[in-house]
Design a protein around this ligand. Sequence first.
Ligand code: PMP
Length: 300
Amino acid sequence: MTATSPENKTLYAYVDGKYVPKDEASISIYDHGFLYGDGIFEAIRAYDGNVFKLREHIDRLYESAKSIKIDIPFSREEFSRLVIDVLRKNGLTNSYIRIVISRGRGRMGVDPRNCTKPTIVIMVEPREPLFGGNVKGISAIVASMRRTPSWSLDPRIKTLNYLNNIMAKIEAIEAGVEEAIMLNEEGCVAETSTENIFIVKSGTVITPHPSQGLLRGITRDAVINVAKELGYTVEERPMTVHELYNADEVFVTGTAAELVPIVKISGRKIGEEKPGPIFSRILGRFKESIKKSTEGTAVN
Ligand code: PMP
């Protein structure tokens, strides 16, 4: 099937300075992103012609790049403009955006000096929220696969190495549930395979601190702000599995999934097994904040 926009136009990907019909776009089998997972990525959404939290995503991209020592040959402003250009080129105002930057094409062998310049790909396409935007709630398990510790491959780096998360996702699939909750090396709750996690207990909103072995999600940070605006106390701190099981509400946040409640975890009902009132208020305010979020990143 050819990738198309809603009007059935061919979609173009940006690949190293060129616009290529998405289904024909390719990279070398010697690309170290393919050979070794040597690279980084970002996932962003545009709503009604506004790229949501573009600056924050670009900042995280550049921080990931710095950590793994890839030099992106653009300034942050130039890169932001490039993202908008890709959307314009494809005539998309509501879109999922994927940026992938790898070490580049080289020879066999992990030595990064084999690669002379990074490969840069930007893909855009309409994409329904993961879990179908299910605000009724999903089921999850606590996975046995732990998140990589921060002293190893820090989960704050959004690297192309997602096997850690994929192994947890496989456990969820095998268990017949939608998502896997991952613990950190101490056995505290970190995040899910591709979302951050929040609980609500006695009116307080609690989420693991970024030092707990997780990707610091842009949606997570936006949700923390929304919760504070609504007057809730937000605690960022270690969270035990016992607290998770006994929470009044649990929900996850991410660019792909947006905001989704978890109503059952490893066979235990969470709250009344339906979206909680605080989740619903946060979701409502989050949607309003998307509408307001022009931030000078408009596509039109
Ligand atoms: N954790 C992981 C492991 C992820 O892959 C993602 C998705 N990027 C998130 C959390 C959520 O981050 P964000 O809100 O920035 O999409």
